[in-house]
Ligand binder design. Structure first.
Ligand code: XUL
Ligand code: CO
Length: 436
């Protein structure tokens, strides 16, 4: 088949000294680590919406991206080209997975029935391409935020007809995710949130959201979809307040509605920072509760307060991310999905490759630094030392449940001044720097 991106070659690993734009400097897909290849360990994924459907538009500017389907009038032909382009680029870049929303890969029709028909046609093409390609589906999802019908939310809409439409859409999206062997299914809360409390019944909306998730869980069981359901936290944008604010809010919601056994989280770096957290905080919170499922790897801009979805190039962040992921025993069915878009000025097709290379190199470098940090116990030893008091004496007795306020008062009343110990934050930061 004719190449759509002849200007992008198969990307080779050339090592840290390479100055070539289109070459890996750190990510070595075939390198062996713990009996696996780096490709298998890192489980990178390309986001269809940014890389294939994105056009380089912004609120002030028209499409800027130069793509092989420019000028193709038939939306279905453009959709076919995009799907072929996805397989071509993932293979050239040694990216084993991709992710999509239903509406990224195929255009809408007049009715949902017609929309589903178009979707089926593109899904069949993807399935055909998978026969000769190593590229697999990490997760599928439904876009329930672009169409005006979802302006007040989908599962949290005040209009039950919208709830019904959303249910039908997710039903179909789960079916096609299963059809393509998707390993997970993602719910990002689109417009599930509110603009003003003056017109919003927040309790009813969240009850309905839980009801919706319950129906999805039941349907997956009914059709034998064994993929992992993932909830993707985000605090704001597009709504002022998104219900799935951060990992802790998602955990509270899933616990309250007894959905915890069926869901893990898909945590995104830019969403973490929008919530006022570090990515490491979000990953740690999820990991400690056994719900770290997958990652949308990107980054925001320190100076901008919105979801800029840039490719992840910050090595400090990638190292601490990989630290939490490795401590989680990996991401299991999840992966590192580049929910990231090239800047508007990076309009060339080559920029797509360069951006993914930059992201993969950063994550691979973080992965290696974190692996060595863990192997050396570089942070474990100081941590164990800091909490040593809990392993014997009064600490062990408290943790064993043997103490109460009265017994502790008896110990404290005549206690000598407590000897303080340093948190050694700056030293520990220098330890991390040493490994990067
Ligand atoms: C939006 C976002 C989505 C989800 C999938 O901020 O991150 O692209 O990842 O719907
Ligand atoms: Co995302």
């Amino acid at each position: 088949m004719k190449e759509l991106f002849p200007m992008i070659p198969k990307i080779d690993y050339e090592g840290p000294d390479s100055d070539k734009e289109l070459a890996f400097k750190r990510y070595d897909p075939e390198a062996a680590v713990d009996g696996k290849t780096e490709r298998e360990c890192l489980r990178f994924s390309m986001a269809f919406w940014h890389t294939m459907t994105g056009e380089g538009k912004d609120p002030f500017g028209d499409p800027s991206a130069v793509r092989p389907w420019d000028g193709v009038d038939d939306p279905m032909e453009a959709a076919r080209m995009r799907m072929r382009g996805l397989f071509e680029l993932t293979e050239k870049l040694s990216i084993p997975y991709f992710c999509f929303h239903d509406r990224d890969i195929a255009p809408q029709g007049e009715t949902l029935r017609e929309t589903n028909r178009k979707l089926d046609e593109i899904v069949a093409l993807a399935k055909e391409l998978m026969k000769t390609s190593p590229t697999r589906l990490l997760w599928g999802t439904a876009n329930m935020f672009s169409d005006p019908r979802f302006m007040h939310g989908a599962a949290t809409s005040p209009d039950p007809n919208v709830f019904a439409y959303a249910a039908a859409q997710v039903k179909k999206a789960i079916e096609v995710t299963k059809e393509l062997g998707g390993q997970n299914y993602v719910f990002w809360g689109g417009r599930e949130g509110y603009e003003t409390l003056l017109n919003t019944d927040t309790k009813r909306e969240q009850d309905n959201l839980a009801r919706f998730f319950r129906m999805a869980v039941d349907y997956a069981k009914e059709i034998g979809f064994a993929g992992q359901f993932l909830l993707e936290p985000k605090p704001k944008e597009p709504t002022k307040h998104q219900y799935d604010f951060d990992a802790a809010a998602c955990y509270g919601f899933l616990s309250e509605y007894e959905l915890l056994p069926y869901f893990k989280l898909n945590i995104e770096t830019n969403h973490a920072t929008l919530a006022g957290h570090t990515m490491q905080h979000e990953l740690r919170f999820a990991r400690e509760r056994g719900i770290l499922g997958s990652v949308d790897a990107n980054q925001g801009d320190e100076l901008l307060g919105w979801d800029t979805d840039q490719f992840p190039t910050n090595l400090y962040v990638s190292t601490l991310m990989m630290y939490e992921i490795l401590k989680n025993g990996g991401l299991h069915s999840g992966g590192l999905n580049f929910d990231a878009k090239v800047r508007r000025g990076s309009f060339r097709p080559e920029d797509i490759a360069a951006a993914h290379i930059a992201g993969m190199d950063s994550m691979a470098r973080g992965y290696r630094a974190a692996s060595r940090m863990i192997a050396d116990g570089a942070l474990d030893a100081p941590l164990a030392e800091r909490y040593a008091g809990w392993r014997s004496g009064i600490g062990a007795s408290i943790e064993a449940g043997e103490q109460d306020f009265e017994s502790l008062e008896a110990i404290a009343l005549d206690m000598e001044r407590i000897a303080l110990s340093s948190g050694r934050q700056e030293f520990l930061e220098s330890v991390v720097n040493r490994y990067i």
